[in-house]
Write a protein that binds this ligand. Structure first.
Ligand code: PBG
Length: 325
C-alpha cells in the first residue's frame, strides 16, 4: 500500500468534512459573563480599557442579563463596586450591599439565569487588598479574612447566588465557606474555587473596571507566582479536598498547560477565566486592524476549551454566543 500522503488534507477539503471531524465544540452554555454592578439608576458607564463593558446600576444590569440570558449563555458572575470602602470591607458582607441587592433583583426578574458571585474583599477595602491588612507592606491576615469570606458567601447565597466563587487566595477559604454555608442551611449553594490564581499583569484593566487596585504593595503574598505549575496542582488539591465543587485556573491563555493538567487530574468541572488583560490585548489589536475580531475571539476560546476547560469566564460571552447561535 502506498504511503497515504493525502490522508490529512482529505479531511480538510470542505467545511462539511472539517465540521465532521472537529474535536472540540463551543457552546454558549459554557460561557460565564463577568459583569460590574454599581450604585445608582440608569448608570451605564463605559470601562475605557475594556470596549463593550460597563459599570452598570442594578436596573441596567437586569436589562444586560436579560439580553445575555436570551443568547443562551451559562450564567453571569457579578463584581460589586460599592458606594463606600472601609478597612473592614463591610460592603462585601452587608445584606444590603450592592451585589446582594443586584442578586435579589436578578433572581426576581430572570429566575432561570445562573448567578455566580465573586467572593473577595479588594473592591470593598479602602486599601484595595483582598483581606484584612495588618501591616504597612500590605500583609493580609489569613484567618481574619476567612471570616469575611464566609460571611460574604452566606449573604450572597441568601440573596440568590447559585454559586459562590472565592478569588482571594487565602488558605483554607473553601473549607471556611463550605462550613458557613452548611451551618446556615445553604447546602445547595455550590463553590467554584479560583484555585490556581496567579499574581498576573493581565488583571490590569479589571482593576480599573472594579476600582480595586491595591493602594500600596501588591498581591504577591497571596496570589501565585506565575512560574509555579506543580504548586498550582497543590493549590487545586487542597481546594478539592476542602470541598470545592468546581476548580478554576486564572488567567487562561498563559496557563493552558495547567488547565490541561487540572482536567486530567480532577473529577470535577474545570473552569478557566479569560481575564480582562487577555480580552483587552485582543481588542486593542482588533481596533488597530491587526487581528480579525471574530476569528481571534473564537480561536482564543477554542484553545481554552481544547486545553480542558468545560466552563469559560469571558468578556466575549455575548458575542461568542451570538456567533454560535
Ligand atoms: C478579585 C478579582 C480580580 C479578578 C477577578 N477577581 C482582580 C485581582 O485579583 O486583582 C480579575 C479578573 C480580570 O482581570 O478580568 N480579587
Amino acid at each position: 500500500m502506498p504511503f497515504p500522503i493525502h490522508r490529512k488534507r482529505r479531511l480538510r477539503v470542505s467545511e462539511s468534512m472539517r465540521r465532521l471531524v472537529r474535536e472540540s465544540r463551543l457552546d454558549p452554555a459554557q460561557f460565564i459573563l463577568p459583569l460590574f454592578v454599581c450604585p445608582g439608576e440608569g448608570v451605564r458607564k463605559p470601562i475605557s480599557s475594556m470596549p463593550g463593558n460597563f459599570q452598570l446600576s442594578v436596573d441596567e444590569l437586569v436589562k444586560e442579563c436579560e439580553g445575555a440570558h436570551a443568547l443562551g449563555i451559562g450564567g453571569v458572575i457579578l463584581f460589586g463596586i460599592p458606594d463606600l470602602k472601609d478597612d473592614i470591607a463591610s460592603g462585601a458582607y452587608a445584606d444590603d450591599g450592592i451585589v446582594q441587592v443586584a442578586l435579589r433583583a436578578l433572581k426576581n426578574a430572570i429566575p432561570n439565569l445562573l448567578l455566580i458571585t465573586d467572593v473577595c474583599n479588594c473592591e470593598y477595602t479602602s486599601h484595595g487588598h483582598c483581606g484584612k491588612v495588618i501591616d504597612q507592606d500590605g500583609t493580609v491576615d489569613n484567618d481574619a479574612t476567612l471570616e469575611w469570606l464566609a460571611a460574604s458567601s452566606v449573604s450572597h447565597a441568601r440573596a440568590g447566588a447559585d454559586i459562590v466563587a472565592p478569588s482571594d487566595m487565602m488558605d483554607g477559604r473553601v473549607a471556611a465557606i463550605r462550613a458557613g454555608l452548611d451551618q446556615n442551611g445553604l447546602q445547595k449553594t455550590a463553590i467554584l474555587a479560583y484555585a490556581a490564581k496567579f499574581a498576573s499583569a493581565f488583571y490590569g484593566p479589571f482593576r480599573e473596571a472594579a476600582e480595586s487596585a491595591p493602594q500600596f504593595g501588591d498581591r504577591r503574598t497571596y496570589q501565585m507566582d506565575p512560574a509555579n505549575g506543580r504548586e498550582a496542582m497543590h493549590e487545586m488539591d487542597l481546594d478539592f479536598e476542602e470541598g470545592a465543587d468546581m476548580l478554576m485556573v486564572k488567567p487562561a491563555m498563559p496557563y493552558l498547560d495547567l488547565i490541561r493538567q487540572a482536567h486530567d487530574r480532577f473529577p470535577v468541572p474545570i473552569a478557566a477565566y479569560q481575564v480582562s488583560g487577555e480580552f483587552s490585548m485582543l481588542m486593542a489589536a482588533v481596533e488597530r486592524g491587526w487581528l480579525e475580531y471574530e476569528r481571534a475571539m473564537m480561536e482564543s476560546l477554542t484553545s481554552i476549551h481544547r486545553a480542558g476547560a468545560g466552563i469559560i469566564l469571558t468578556y466575549f460571552a455575548r458575542d461568542a454566543a451570538r456567533l454560535l447561535g
